[in-house]
Design a protein around this ligand. Sequence first.
Ligand code: BES
Ligand code: MN
Ligand code: ZN
Length: 496
Amino acid sequence: MPQITIHSRKLDRIADASSACLVIPVFEDSPIADDLAQLDKKLSGTVSRALDLGDFSAAVGTSAALVGDQKIKRMLLIGCGKADDFDNGKQKKFAETVGRVLAAGKAQEATVCLERLGLDAKELAGLVEAVATEIVYANYVYTRTLSKPKNLPKLAKVYIAAGSAISANKTKAAISSGMAIGSGINFARELGNLPANICTPRFLAKQARSLGRQHAKLSVSVLGEKKMRELGMGSLLSVGHGSDEPSQLIVLEYKGGKAKEQPYAIVGKGITFDTGGISLKPGPKMDEMKFDMGGAASVLGTVRAVAELNLPINVVGVVAAAENMPSGRATKPGDVVTSMSGQTVEILNTDAEGRLVLCDALTYVGRYKPREVVDIATLTGAIIVSLGHEASGIFANDDDLAEALLAAGQRSQDRGWRMPIWQEYQKQLDSKFADMQNIGTGGAGSVTAACFLARFTEQYKWAHLDVAGTAFRSAPKGATGRPVPMLVEYLRARSG
Ligand code: BES
Ligand code: MN
Ligand code: ZN
C-alpha cells in the first residue's frame, strides 16, 4: 500500500492556500466568519451559497464537498457541531470524518486547516494527533490476498495547518505520535484480517521477530512446544494438540526505561483459528474465528506503537498463539490438564480455549515481576450480550488499574466498561475431578471466564480486557485494531 505522509504547514490565511483539497472545519453556530468569509468572498460566494442550500448541517460527522478554483481545487467542509460543545468525543468524530472522507475522495493531496477552531495549544496537540491517526487509519485497505487490489485510496500527502496557537515543533511531534498510533492500529488490523491459513502461530512469531529487528530497544524471543513442555504449560499446549500447527509463546521485550525498572506487561490471546475443537462450533460465521487472535494482534500493534513513540518505560508483550482444531490428537471434554502454576483444570468444553492458553502465559509473565499486567482476549460471546460492540469488558483485581484503563479508553475514545469478578462467581468453576473446570455452570459467561484467569494472577496487579465485541466487525467484516488506542494511551499515561 502506498505510504501516506503527513506534514505540518504554516498557513496565515486559508484564502491564500493552494491545495488539491482544502479541509475546513465548520461550527454549526458560526458557519461563515473571519477567514472563511474571506475565502467565500474570493470564490464569489461559493461557500455561503452552499450553506444557504441547507444540505450541510455542520453537525459532527457530516461533510460537504465543494468545487473551488485553480488554486484551491476542492473544499471539504467538515461539521464540528456547536462551538462550546466540541469535547474530546466530538473532536475524535471530527478527525474520523476527515480521514474517512479524504480516503474516499480523489485528491492526492490535502491541507487540513485547524486554526479556525480556536483551540489552545494543548487541545490542538491532541486534535492534530487524532487527525493524523485517523488519516492513517482510513488509508488502510486490505489487499494481501487479492489478485487485483481494489479501493486503493488516492491520497498520498496531507498537510496539517494547526495555526499560530501551537509551535511548529509541537505540531510535528503530534503528527508523528498520531502516525505511530495509526500504524500500530493498522498493523493489528492487518494481522486480524489475514486468513488463518496464512496467519498461523508461527506467522505471528515471524511478524514479532521482524518487529524486533526494526527497533533497537525491542528484543523478541519465541518459545516452541518443547520449551513450553519443559516449563509445564500443559494447559496452553492442550489447545494446540489437535492442530498440525505448533503453538508458540512469543515474548517481546521493549526497554525504553531504566534497565532495572519493572515492566508493564500486556498478554494477548492468539488463537489463530478457533473451530471450538471437539466441542465444535456451528458452521455459520465460523470464518470470523480467524479474528480470535485479536488480543495478540493488539499486543503486537501496541508494542510497535510504543517503540515508535519511544516511550520511557519497559514493556513486556506476551502472545499465547495456538490453533484450536478437532483431530485424533485433540483434547476431549473431560480431559484434565496441569497448568504451569501447578493447578489442574478439567476441560469440559474445548471451545473455552482462550482461558487455557492465557492462564499459562499469565503465569509465565510473573517472572518479569511486572508492575501491572493487562491481558487482552476475544474471550467470550457473552461479553457481546453484555456490552455489544461499543465497549470492551474490563475486569481487574486492582481499582487503580481499572480506573487507568477506563480513563485511557475515554481519552482515546476506545472505551471499556468495568465488570465484576466477585468471589461469589468463583464457585461456578468448582470441579470434582480437578482444581477447577474451564466453564461456568450457567450465566455470566464473561465473568466466570475472568474468574478463571483471576486464579492465575493473584501475585500481581492485573486487568483483563474482553474484546470479543470490539476487536472486529461482522459488517463490514474486518478487524478494528481495538483496543490498541486504549492500550497505547494507558501506557503513555503510565510513562508520565
Ligand atoms: N473465541 C470465542 C469467543 C468469541 C465469540 C469471540 C464470538 C468473538 C466472537 C471463545 O473461544 C469461545 O468460544 N467462547 C465460548 C465459551 C463457552 C464455551 C464457555 C463462548 O463464548 O461461547
Ligand atoms: Mn472458543
Ligand atoms: Zn476462542
